[in-house]
Design a protein around this ligand. Sequence first.
Ligand SMILES: NC(=O)c1ncn([C@@H]2O[C@H](COP(=O)(O)O)[C@@H](O)[C@H]2O)c1NC=O
Length: 550
Amino acid sequence: MTATPPIPKPIKRALLSVSDKEGVLEFAQALHSLGVEILSTGGTAKLLALHGISVIEVADYTGFPEMMEGRVKTLHPKIHGGILGRRGIDDEVMQMHSIGGIDLVAVNLYPFAQTVSKQDCTLSKAIENIDIGGPTMVRAAAKNHKDVAIVVNPNDYEAIITEISSNEHKSLSIETRFELAVKAFEHTAHYDGMIANFLGCRVKSPATEQTVIEEQPKQISPFPRTLNLHLDLKQIMRYGENAHQLAAFYIDVPGVNHNTLGTVSSAIQHQGKALSFNNIADTDAALECVKSFKEPACVVVKHANPCGVAIGSSLLEAYQRAYQTDPTSAFGGIIAFNRELDPVTAQAIIDQQFVEVIIAPSIAPNALSLLSKKPNVRILSTGDFQPIDFVQNNAVKFDFKRVNGGLLVQQRDEALYEADELKIVSKRQPTEKEMQDALFAWTVAKFVKSNAIVYAKDGQTIGIGAGQMSRVYSAKIAGIKAQDEGLDVAKSAMASDAFFPFRDGIDAAAAVGITCIIQPGGSMRDEEVIAAANEHGIAMIFTNMRHFRH
Ligand SMILES: NC(=O)c1ncn([C@@H]2O[C@H](COP(=O)(O)O)[C@@H](O)[C@H]2O)c1NC=O
């Protein structure tokens, strides 16, 4: 025998207490029209009253004034009893203490994230912006979702009004209340996580020598004692890196300190099969690399490594030159552009190769209709993104690598080189063209897995050696690939993501005709390495910055 679900009770009384007042007037107005009595805290009540909406102030309802500059507003048994009381179980005790049920709670919290993102935010200001009464109501209402609806997101107001209006009992279904409750706990978990992260950077831990309780400390750790992450599930994949692995894509929640615009996480997919785990990883690698260039550029990626990168006077030229580096590896690759994809380039791709994903800031409509002939190709647009300003962009953004039993956390590698750290260490100065080629190769090398060796000439990669355990083998592979594709390495620049431990890498470069080398320097045998460059007449630039990538 199946139990008949209880008849949902109508929503008769709502409590509205919001910091973000967006949409609250319309919401309150609609609730009022549905015959709902509205209780509200000081600022919210004032706004509603000003617009002629009938409202009872919480202070009048409880008989207790708001006090301590808002620290105590709703923390009263008449409010919390009204939210937490189990209908059908606690009715008698509620009646005994004159506690009326509150059937809907709409709360959003003090803007803690916005407050602490301001440069001049003091510790006291941050602490005053920790909402206490709000989360208490949110959690209470979420716990009692069987009888109470909790609304934390103004984007939900409209759907809630629509559902109540169309429901014969002027209520919300249990499914809606449950969904809202889960959203509410996610919201308070995120909120408390932010607070714990903020305070956890100031307390004695392996990251800090001492607890820092200063109003505006000059330096605090970027690493909280406990790391609270908040990511939203975007997609479940059919499988992970391999078919026997379950996988999902979680994305950053856009907010005050996160800008997800122009990333793979917020890209719009126009056609093609769902992105796979490897597609997303490779698309991110291609996209982040192509953002480094100001000129029209194209990056072709395979297994997270660029296999061809080029700039050109047009996107078509950039694509053709990037493809030319390694057509064999480009088969089934991921292609990223830093300009709108035009129909000529789209047609060239279709004519020339099998491609898994194409990503660009935008896709011209006529390019999209051409690509629709290849419906399996995943086409993504990110919206505009700015080329990375390596000097300006010093925001602390984290990069994570999971190890068994822990998580490695580091700042993202957002630098390229410090201009005043570039040093010519060879006898011969690089020509202007050699310098341009070297910086292009260096930019690409940053995105190639270590050990990375990149040969480049005229804004085009000529050979890329990636992921080898010895640098000299990466150099050899870059040379072999160039030769196999009939590209002339002579007079190319060579970039190495880390220093050369021995002179053998330089000798190998000279043997294939490299005339300029860019590398971090810093080896015990730098002298020997520089002497080798001088012997071969190679111009050598030290960047004093390494770009390992694993
Ligand atoms: N202290 C309390 O009892 C309390 N109750 C509700 N709040 C918050 O006060 C804000 C709304 O205040 P007002 O309606 O006065 O603008 C909301 O963000 C709500 O989460 C409170 N404030 C902070 O803790």
